[in-house]
Design a protein around this ligand. Structure first.
Ligand code: ZN
Length: 359
């Protein structure tokens, strides 16, 4: 099943509600959990790269190529095309929020990392809104971003949060860069990388620094009936919500609280709290705009071409150290911050030597 922004354990909890006043939400969550979703595997691609030394290349800022479709509350993709890149605002809130959110996400990837869209080569950004009736999720299906309207009792629509839109698009970037298998620790890393770039896209649009940002994923997607600020918090995993109905945010922030479970593909939306918090520690230690140094280190890690798709937390942590050293030097404050981030969440032991002993 395609990864969704709302984890299955949260939907299961809503689905089990018996009270009359949650009837619509319970029904919606049951339908969302059982709905089949088509997931397209990445197609293999042929890439051509022609570089002639001495050739002058005109520099241009690329622009996004967005296309929004409307599923008209059916669970059929792509739905009816309702807005293309050159079309004016449609007047439909979900359509226009998705369009604007994809644009802000495109600008983030280009400004921060000079990445031209999901595949780095200007691929179209496709989204479908109004997917299903009372559909309680948003997901990336390997080809497009898909957004439900929510049930209006627990969840509002999902296009209102830029971190949700950017999270889904980041799954596309991860997949394009070789992927992280969607189970156990590599799956939690896949979720975490999507959260990190989701949060960074939101911070980039708002011009926020690491210490002024909320570090929340999905702020504003709950209705006022829910005691919760968001789906997840990178600053304080485990505190995003604490509600009679939804229960408490189950994310750990440290390896000592790692959750061993077979649900949720081995806890991919739960244990992602650990690498999420490591990133937060690195970003706040370095200060300033988090995408400029911490984000760049994570981006280089993802795109170096050396990260195994089955990477566990320790492998990923050492890959971020190598990326930081390559970018800023072995003795840099960036390397020290990255090391402190991973020791802070218990992934790298405190007593691990900073550099391998010389032979
Ligand atoms: Zn996800």
């Amino acid at each position: 099943m395609a990864p969704g922004i709302v984890p299955p354990y949260l939907l299961a909890r809503i689905a089990a509600l018996q009270e009359e006043n949650w009837a619509r939400a319970a029904e919606a969550a049951r339908a969302t959990l059982t709905a089949p979703r088509e997931y397209r595997q990445a197609r293999s691609r042929l890439r051509l790269s022609i570089q002639e030394p001495g050739t002058l290349v005109a520099e241009a800022t690329p622009a996004p190529d967005r296309e929004i479709s409307d599923a008209q509350q059916r669970e059929v993709l792509p739905g009816v095309r309702v807005r293309g890149e050159d079309d004016p605002a449609s007047g439909d809130q979900a359509v226009d929020e998705a369009f604007d959110g994809l644009g802000a996400t495109f600008d983030f990837w280009w400004d921060a990392f000079a990445r031209n869209s999901i595949d780095g080569s200007g691929s179209s950004l496709l989204a479908t809104v109004h997917y299903g009736r009372d559909y309680d999720n948003a997901f990336w299906n390997g080809e497009r971003m898909v957004f439900g309207d929510g049930d209006d009792e627990v969840f509002r629509g999902f296009t209102g949060s830029l971190s949700v839109i950017a999270h889904e698009l980041a799954h596309g970037v991860v997949e394009d860069e070789g992927g992280l298998e969607y189970r156990d620790q590599s799956g939690a890393l896949n979720e975490s990388v999507a959260d990190v770039f989701g949060a960074l896209a939101e911070q980039h649009r708002a011009g926020q620094t690491a210490d002024t940002a909320s570090w929340l994923i999905g702020e504003g997607i709950f209705t006022d009936a829910v005691q919760g600020r968001a789906l997840r918090s990178l600053a304080a995993p485990g505190t995003a919500y604490d509600d009679d109905v939804l229960g408490k945010d189950p994310q750990p922030a440290h390896m000592r609280d790692f959750v061993h479970t077979r649900d949720d593909n081995g806890g991919v939306h739960i244990n992602s709290g650990i690498p999420n918090h490591a990133f937060y520690l690195v970003a706040t230690a370095l200060g300033g705009h988090a995408w400029e140094r911490a984000g760049l280190i994570w981006y280089r890690t993802l795109t170096a071409g050396t990260l195994p798709s089955t990477a566990d937390f320790t492998t990923f942590a050492h890959a971020t150290l190598a990326a930081a050293a390559a970018e800023y030097g072995e003795e840099s404050e960036e390397v020290d911050a990255v090391r402190a981030g991973w020791t802070g969440v218990g992934v790298i032991p405190d007593d691990e030597p900073a550099r391998p002993a010389q032979p």
